[in-house]
Every structure is written in C-alpha cells, then in structure tokens.
Design a protein around this ligand. Structure first.
Ligand code: 5AD
Ligand code: SF4
Length: 487
C-alpha cells in the first residue's frame, strides 16, 4: 500500500539487534524489524510464508483499529487470509452487550481444535472485552492456549507484543493498561477499501450513560490535534481516498479538552475544505451536544458533508432518559430533530434504541414508539438491554421480564422497519450519486454502493466502477436498498 512505503524505508534501515528506542512510534518501527527477523526464522523452519487473520467484532472504531492491526502484521511479514485456518488469528473483541462476549468464547473453542493440529499456530485477543478483569482471569484459567492478550489502550504496541510472543511461543503475553494519555499514530495501516477510510478524531467517552460499559473499557475522552487529523486526511486523499468517516464515541464533544479548544463544527468545516476529498461523514453524535454551529456547517456544505446524522435516542421516555444519564428529554430531542430538518429537509436520520432497560414500563415504551413515529428514521439499530457488570444500571433490581422485553422488541422492530422502508423509498425515481464499493455478492452482474445519505444501491456494472462516484437512477426501492441503472 502506497502510504506504508515511507514506513518501509525507516523499518528496513533499523538494526533489530540494537537496544529498543524509547520514543513512539520509532519504538514500534524497531519492533516491526525485530518481529520480522523472528518470523523469518519460523518461515525458514516451516519452509513457507506464515498467514494471519484478524476477526473484528463490534463497531466502526474496532473496524478501524483492525485496519491498523492488519497494517502492522503485514509490515512484519505475515500474509493476510480470509479464513481462521491461519498461522495467527487475532480477535478484536467487543463487550457492549453480553452476547458479544459469548460469541468470542464460543469461537475460541473452534480455534483450539485447529491449534491442536497446528501447534505453531498463535492466537491473540484484543479490544474492549480484554479491558474487563474477569475476562482476562477466565482466559488465563480456561483458555491457556491463547498466546497474546492486549486491550484498547495499546493497539499501537502490537509489533512489540508480537515480537515478545514470537520469541516466547510457550508463554501467554498479557499487556493490559487501565489508561493512557498517549495517542500513537503514524503506523502502517491496511485499509479495507482503497477509496474510503475511517479517521479517528478522538478516543474514549466521558458520558457514563448508566447502561454502557464503553467509558470503562475505552477510557476518558481524548481528542487528537486538528492539524494531525487534517494532515492524515490529506495523506489519505493523496493515496486515493475520496470519502472519510470521522470517528469518535461522541464527536460533538470533540476538541473541548485540547490546549487550544476547537469545536467539532470547526474541524468538520476544515475537513470539508480539503481539495480532492468528495465526501465526509461522522459517527456518533450525542444529542445533548449537537450544536447549532454544527447544523449550520452541515447545511453550508451540502455536496461534501453527507446529509446523514446518526442520533442515538436510546429511549423516548424522559423519565428513563434521566435515569440513563443521557441529559436530554423526549421534548428536547424532538426539538433538535425539528431544528435539523428545518435546516436540511432531506437529511436521513438513523438511531440506536434500547428496549427493556431496568424499570421500563409499557408507558415508557409507548413514548419510544411515539418518538419513532414522529422522527421517522431511515433505519434504527434496536437492542435488547444487556446487563454489563460494573455499570450503574447493573445494580438495579427491577429488570424487565424476558417475555415482556421480547414482545416490546418485536413491536418496535416492526414499526422501525415499516417507517424505514417508507423513508428509504423517498428518493425513488430520482438520480443520485453513488460511491461504488464492491461487486454485488449475490449477482456478479451488479455493483453495490452507497448514496451520500448512506442508503445502499445495486445497479448493473463491473469492477472498473469500484471507488468511483457514479450517477444512478433509483428505479425501485426494495425495502432497505435500491435497484437502479446508470444515468
Ligand atoms: N445493552 C443494550 N444495548 C446497549 N448499547 C450500549 N450499551 C448497551 C447495553 N448495556 C447500545 C446503545 C448504543 C449502541 C452502540 O449500543 O444503543 O448507542
Ligand atoms: Fe456509551 Fe453513552 Fe458513551 Fe455512547 S455516549 S459510548 S452510549 S456512555
């Protein structure tokens, strides 16, 4: 990959037998060189190249982290493969809901069988789930075959940890930090798409919503310097990227704690002015912090800033919202939506909703349905409340019975799907720009891409269109996607 060429020159000039430098990211360049040497020895013994696979669980943040992990592993010399029957398998885990943890434990069983047949195989675990003490304890006790464990604060250290794990294949290397002020960037990255990329603008979360484990596993909010972000995007554009997604748990509080505070709206405007960049998106907005200034900037750059806001509602009941520590009410949320729509009538709104939060009554749930009906989301992620140990909500004893939650969940799903279908279809017959992402998985005669509002479009085309923005007539909406033809 183009952007990694610069790293390559530095890394190959380093002496892996010299003492390790202290400064980052140079320390990691050194360990890439060192791990490369150790890997070459294993390759010589086996008489072939070694392969790796990174499996990603969870959100966009993890997806971006996995691109960084893959970049480092490729720089060390591992060859990427699409299967878990690889020489190194790394799980980048999520722990936002209990079923994410269950999935990881289940899949580890499968990996163990593969490792028994291939004793040189290495297994690594990282990400949010590893920041929980009880998880690391369980793995140390019951999953002794795991080689490497690290958390969310030291992803950048993968080369150093891999170097240790390669030199000590019979030990379990564990490195979990509870916090860090360090943000190490400028490391190799393997982007999933050549033409679009996530860009971290901040890490962590300070909101402590009562049900959510994220602030405990991702730590306090830290914003990157705006100039570093802009430079990274300029480099991405030079490398062929035309769409970026600015990533943060709560992008609307970006920049508040910087030495020279900058607002998210100011950052977004600077990004929108970068030549060669065609689209900018962002995730996630907390309704309590969404400023008038941001709405004004979005409205000012309609062709460049994507007309889409993901605005997690969680619940429509002001009583529950207060309990959840969301710091907005049903009324203030609806007023915000009105303000957004007044400035951008065509904007697509999407959301996250939790059903079955402790103490949720039928009346509370009815208020959630009411907000869904009023806002008319293009789509909504609906979740059944999952108790996360260590969060304030986990201590509440009025948990909603499972059958009641399931019933409410199904009613909510039906409503969001019906409205989502109608909302998505509102552009039927129009010509819209679509960024083509890949060949359609079901029909190789079609390509699949996204409109600026994030709706999916399939239309006849071939691989030469991938990475291009194409004008497409939206012939027919089929629920949550369009079938179209090139205009
Ligand atoms: N249970 C269910 N859903 C949750 N989310 C966060 N924590 C929980 C939990 N304990 C949902 C929220 C958030 C999304 C990323 O995950 O809706 O916006
Ligand atoms: Fe979790 Fe709330 Fe932070 Fe989102 S804003 S990551 S829901 S604590």
């Amino acid at each position: 990959m183009e952007t990694n060429k610069a790293y390559e020159e530095i890394i190959s000039s380093l002496d892996p037998c010299a003492p390790a430098p202290e400064d980052e990211p140079f320390r990691q360049y050194y360990f890439i060189a060192r791990a490369r040497k150790s890997l070459a020895e294993v390759e010589a013994k086996l008489g072939r190249k070694l392969t790796f696979h990174v499996a990603t669980f969870g959100c966009q943040m993890n997806a971006r982290d996995s691109e960084k992990l893959r970049g480092i592993l490729e720089e060390i010399g591992y060859v990427p493969v699409d299967t878990e029957e690889a020489d190194l398998v790394l799980y980048n885990t999520c722990t936002v809901r209990e079923n994410a943890n269950t999935k990881v434990y289940g899949r580890l069983g499968g990996l163990h069988s593969w490792k028994k047949k291939n004793p040189h195989m290495m297994i690594g675990l990282c990400g949010c789930m590893m920041q929980e003490e009880h998880v690391v304890k369980t793995i140390r006790e019951k999953y002794r075959f795991v080689n490497l464990i690290f958390g969310t604060h030291n992803i950048y250290k993968l080369a150093e940890l891999m170097s240790r794990a390669l030199d000590h294949p019979d030990e379990m290397v564990v490195d979990i930090q509870q916090k860090t002020d360090l943000m190490v960037e400028q490391l190799p990255v393997d982007r999933t798409y050549k033409f679009k990329s996530g860009v971290n603008i901040m890490y962590g979360c300070n909101n402590f919503c009562s049900y959510c484990i994220v602030p405990y596993v991702r730590g306090r909010e830290k914003s990157r310097e705006p100039l570093d972000i802009l430079r990274e995007i300029e480099q991405l554009v030079a490398d062929g990227v035309i769409e970026v997604m600015l990533l943060g748990q709560n992008v609307n509080s970006y920049g508040k704690t910087l030495e020279n505070p900058v607002s998210f709206a100011e950052l977004l405007e600077s990004v929108a002015q970068i030549d060669g960049l065609r689209r900018v998106r962002f995730m996630t907005s907390h309704p309590k912090d969404l400023s008038d200034e941001l709405i004004a900037v979005m409205a000012k750059y309609p062709d460049k800033i994507c007309p889409h806001l993901h605005l997690p509602l969680q619940s429509g009941s002001s009583r529950l919202l207060k309990h959840m520590n969301r710091r907005y009410t049903k009324e203030s949320y609806l007023e915000l939506v009105d303000k957004i729509r007044a400035a951008m009538p065509d904007i697509s709104l999407t959301t996250d909703i939790i059903v079955g939060y402790p103490g949720e009554t039928e009346e509370d749930f009815q208020e959630t349905l009411e907000v869904v009906e009023k806002v008319r989301y293009d789509s909504a992620f609906t979740f059944i409340y999952s108790k996360r140990s260590g969060t304030p909500a986990a201590k509440m004893d009025d948990q909603v019975p499972e059958d009641v939650v399931k019933d409410r969940f199904n009613r909510l799903l039906l409503l969001v799907q019906n409205i989502g279908r109608e909302q998505t279809a509102r552009f039927e017959g129009q010509v819209k720009e679509v960024l083509v992402e890949h060949i359609n998985e079901q029909d190789p005669g079609l390509v699949t891409g996204r409109m600026d509002n994030n709706s999916v479009v399939h239309f006849p085309g071939d691989a030469s269109l991938i990475g291009q923005i194409v004008k497409v007539k939206l012939d027919k909406c089929h629920g949550f996607y369009y079938l179209g033809t090139q205009a």
